[in-house]
Structure formats: C-alpha cells, structure tokens
Design a protein around this ligand. Structure first.
Ligand code: WT7
Length: 578
C-alpha cells in the first residue's frame, strides 16, 4: 500500500514555493503564482452584492492589492507572527486583508461579524491581536467599548468612515506600493488562527501554518474536484474555518473563479446565483440544504441548474433524504465531507466520481489514517484501545500526519497536549465504521453544540447569563431542531429575591443577545429550581439534555466518555415549566 504521506507529497509538487526556493507562503500559492504563470486576467473572486450586482477581481488585481496591504502592515511595524484580525462583512477588503497579512507573515483570523462584543473581546484578548481591520459600524458597536481592555491592540484600520482612534484602510492602501516580494517563509511558520470551542473554558485558538496550503489544495482537488475553469461557490462565512480554508484559500490555490455572496440566505437568490454565475461546484452545509428543501421543488424547477457538477456539504450530519432530494432537484447527489477546525482540511469524504453512500460521511482520504477507539483510564493515565472490527461504535481518532493539522492552541500548550493520546489525535466525535471502510457519524462525545453548522461552546453562553444579577446558575444544551440540526437552550436557576416570569425570561435572552450577538445567544430559556451536578460540582448538561429529550438518563451514556463526569444519581433535574 502506498504510504499515507505520498498523497500529500505528490500534491505539494503541484505548488510552486516562493521564488528562489525561499519557502512556502499561502498567499503566493493563492494569487501571485497564477499571475506569474500568465493567468492574471482570470477572475479570482466574484462578489455578488445584495442587489445581485457582481464585482469581479482578477488574480492580478488581487495580487496587487494584497501586496499593497502587506506594505501597509510592514509600514505599521507588523512583524512576522504578529496577529492581524478582521471584523467585516464579506467585502473585497476582507479578502485583500487576509492575503496581505499572509504575505507580511502575520497570523490572520476573521472574527464572525454576527458575534456580539463579548465573544469578540475574548478572542482579541486571547490572541493578543495587534492590528484589527474593521468595518466602522461593527467596530463602533462591538469593539470600541472594550478597546481599553485589549492592550495589545495597536492599530484599528477602518473600512468606511473614520472612527476615533482608527486609520483609514482605503487611504493607507491607496498610498502603498502595490509590489511586494514576500520574505522567506518557513512552511511551519504560523499563518492562521481559527477559533473553536470545547465544553469548558474560553474558546480555543487553533494555530495553522503555511504548510496547510498543501492540504487545502490536495483536498479541494480530490474531494471537491476543483479544477481550472470551475466556477465555485463555498457558502460558508469567512468568520468560520470553512469560509477561510475552502472559501478563500483552496479555490484560489486551485486557480478557479470563486463566488462570494454578500446577501443573506434566500432560496430563490441561491438558485439565481447558481444559474447566472454558472456555478459548477457548490460547497455548503446540511442546514442550507434543508432550507432549500423547504423552499420546495417548484422554485428549483424555475432555474437552470445544469451547470452544477459537484455538490458537497460539511459541518453536520447529511441525511440520506437530502442526498435523494439533491439527485431529483439539482440533478447531482451531495457528497458529504467530514473535518474539523483542528484538522484544517477535509479528512473523510464521499469522493466525487464514486458512488455516494447515503447517510455515511464516506472514507478517509488517501493521506489520512483514521481509527475508531475507546478511551480507557489506567492508574490515572488515559489509554486508547483501537477497535479493529466493523460496525462497532467508538471515538474517531486520526494519526496526525497531514500538512493542515493544527500546531497549537495559542498560548495553551496543555490543552493542545490533551487533544492527543498514544500517537493519535482525538476528534471528540462518535462514529461507526462499516466493513467497507465507510464512516457514519453518531454524535459528539462531549457537550459542544452544532447549530446551523456552527460549533458553539455552552460555556461561553453560560458565562454571559451568569453576568446577569438574577442568575445563580446556568446550563446550556443543544436541542434538536428540524432545520438547524440543534438550537441552543439555556436552563437557569435564579438568585434569592428573583421570580421566574416571562418578562424575566425575555430580559435574560435580551441580555445574552446584547453581549453574545445573535449567533451565540440562547434561542430558548427555561427556569429551573435546581440543576443536576456531578459530585465535584459541575453542572451535568447531558442530564439536562436527556430531560429535554424525555429520555431516561442511561440513554445518554455515550457522552460519559469525554466528560469524565461522575453522575450523582441522587440529584435529578428539577425544571419548571414556565
Ligand atoms: C465538528 C467540527 C465545517 C467544517 C469544519 C467545522 C461536525 C463536521 C461533519 C459531517 C457530521 C460533522 C463534527 C466535527 N461535523 N463535518 N460531515 N457529518 N458531523 O469545523 O466547527 O470545528 O466542527 O463538526 O462534530 O467534530 P468545526
């Protein structure tokens, strides 16, 4: 059998490296090399604004503008490894900032624009951000009030109107030279941070290196079948890892034309974009597919969707009925892909050109070695038992040997170390592998929530609720939802002197919304007299979830594995109906 690493090595040979053998830089592979090879006039990005008007950027324009931004950053004193973040809607400036920051060897990240002030403050602080590129109104609403509390933040570059304490992005860019020779870049230098959440504690800042570009390229070629000539649309927002890895880097490295939709989801709008732009490859989420399904086949039938060659999805379980629907309505099946923020690129997939196994995520890519394991504690140390047989459930674990694997949780080496055991990376997902080697997703081993494809850490929501004077304790769970997969639901107990009421419930949800923003605020909230705890005092969210689902407690035993929580059977949940 071909060694697993050969897959990545072969893919790396398709990339150019920095001229003069000076290393590997994502931005060079994404834009400059296409210009050097004579493809500069090809459309790299096509932005579709709210009214449907298209603004295209060629590879040559993107190369120049990102070079200008690299010069801006160097002029501001940005050094390799400094964190440069963006907080902006899906505008061209966001993409220019990303590529310019990578050219300047800064570490780049996008803050999701639907986050409220608190998740943004926490992330800026955690990463020690030096430069923030921000749309003026988002900055005013979400950052200005906390700026004094983020001492590392030296410069705010405003997109739009100048706000107090900011510099004008447009003016700086306009004044900068648009030629930039990227300095030698080691493939293992940090390039990107993507935030992700666990069950406890603040969000984690997963660090990815320039070498990751090999993974983006190889997986997009294989699992999305991207090739020059394609018009590709990744519907994910760049505030999440998919929107950067497969909405920005992978398509550009593959040299295709990539669509960026600046509007919000609307089924008719989506079909129109596919028809007008002749989209050939679509990468989206099961939630979006379910919303298209709800819009009905008559709407789809009004559009010519025959340009679609490959449709793929990621982020949540893709059910067999969605695959059948796509066959009938879009004319092609949906290829499920599995990966995580930490893995940086697709690891398991139903590959285009092969039979889709409806209801299964597919098989590991040729460069990926996946195992099903059981955790075992022995003398206080964790061990993993590999399950070799088929059709047995266990946790998905991977041998960490692919180029886009994360290299650190920024400033949290212990947390990073905890993600590995016995030479394997532990994904936290429960799966089953069939005799043919296909993996099925069974659920999470921990208590993180997946809502509309977004990974949400319950701790962040609980902390926001606890900041309200009425709240004594809070436990947040994911509640099954027909379209979004899950929605967040909070259970709270009140401090003495506060009475449960509809108006207090609205107040608490409003309080959480103001701090967390619409993306993170709990969708539902119930008052409880008490919450179930482990012996060590942790709130047992899985008991709350069992209560919500009307299940006997034993049914959720699968979630014991990762939590390490000892159930305290003497304390049942006691939830009020208000
Ligand atoms: C978690 C990772 C959106 C891409 C990266 C998201 C879940 C991912 C699938 C799938 C069922 C899936 C897993 C995973 N997930 N793909 N095809 N079927 N579940 O990265 O936000 O770190 O989320 O998303 O639970 O661990 P992320």
């Amino acid at each position: 059998m071909e060694p697993k690493t050969d897959f990545w090595r072969t893919a790396a040979q398709d990339l150019d490296g920095l001229p003069g053998d000076l290393g590997l830089n994502i931005a060079h592979e994404a834009v400059d090399r296409h210009v050097a090879r004579g493809a500069g006039e090809r459309d790299a990005l096509r932005f579709v604004d709210r009214r449907g008007v298209v603004r295209a950027f060629t590879y040559a324009e993107l190369s120049k503008q990102s070079s200008a931004f690299a010069n801006v950053l160097i002029g501001l004193g940005v050094r390799p490894g400094d964190r440069v973040f963006a907080l902006a809607p899906r505008t061209p400036e966001l993409y220019i900032a990303a590529l310019g920051a990578l050219k300047a060897r800064a570490v780049f990240s996008v803050l999701f624009a639907s986050f409220g002030p608190e998740p943004i403050r926490v992330r800026l602080l955690k990463a020690g951000v030096k430069v923030l590129v921000a749309e003026d109104t988002l900055y005013q609403r979400k950052v200005a009030q906390n700026r004094h509390a983020i001492p590392s933040l030296r410069h705010v570059l405003s997109l739009g109107a100048l706000v107090p304490g900011s510099l004008s992005f447009a003016r700086l860019l306009g004044a900068a030279r648009d030629g930039y020779a990227i300095a030698p870049t080691h493939p293992d230098e940090p390039a990107l941070i993507h935030f992700t959440s666990g069950t406890t504690g603040a969000p984690k800042a997963a660090v990815h290196v320039h070498r990751a570009v090999i993974g983006h390229y190889a997986t997009a070629r294989l699992a999305l079948a991207l090739a020059p000539g394609d018009v590709y649309w990744c519907t994910a927002d760049p505030g999440w890892v998919t929107g950067v890895s497969y909405g920005l880097i992978a398509p550009l490295v593959c040299g295709v034309t990539s669509i960026v939709d600046q509007g919000e989801f609307d089924a008719e709008r989506w079909y129109r974009i596919i028809e007008q732009e002749q989209v050939s490859v679509l990468y989206t989420s099961p939630t979006a597919i379910r919303m298209l399904m709800r819009a009905g086949p008559e709407l789809a039938a009004r559009f010519n969707l025959r340009s679609l060659r490959v449709v793929a999805s990621v982020g949540e379980p893709l059910h067999a009925d969605a695959v059948q629907w796509a066959r009938a309505t879009l004319g092609v099946p949906i290829h499920d892909t599995w990966w995580q923020t930490e893995t940086g690129a697709i690891m398991i997939a139903n590959l285009p050109g092969r039979d889709v196994i409806p209801g299964a995520m597919g098989r590991p890519l040729p460069g990926v070695e996946a195992h099903v394991v059981r955790r075992r504690e022995e003398g206080g140390t964790l061990h993993l038992d590999r399950i070799e047989g088929a059709d047995v459930s266990g946790e998905l674990a991977l041998i960490p040997s692919w180029p886009s694997m994360f290299r650190d949780y920024h400033d949290e080496p212990e947390r990073y170390a905890q993600a590995f055991c016995d030479g394997l990376y532990l994904t936290g997902d429960l799966v089953r592998r069939d005799a043919g080697g296909a993996f099925r997703f069974l659920g999470r081993a921990d208590e993180v929530i997946k809502s509309a494809g977004h990974l949400i850490g319950p701790f962040e929501i609980e902390s926001a609720l606890l900041a309200h004077p009425a709240v004594a304790e809070a436990g947040v769970i994911g509640k099954p939802h027909a379209v979004s997969g899950e929605v967040t639901k909070a259970f709270v107990t009140l401090k003495p002197g506060f009475e449960a009421s509809d108006s207090l419930r609205r107040q608490l949800i409003g309080h959480a919304r103001k701090r967390l923003g619409p993306a993170l605020a709990p969708r539902e909230l119930a008052f409880a007299d008490s919450l179930p705890h482990t012996k060590s005092g942790k709130i047992m969210r899985r008991v709350l979830r069992a209560h919500e689902l009307g299940l006997p407690l034993g049914d959720l035993s699968a979630s014991d594995a990762a939590d390490g929580a000892e159930p305290d059977a003497t304390e049942p949940p006691s939830v009020q109906s208000t």
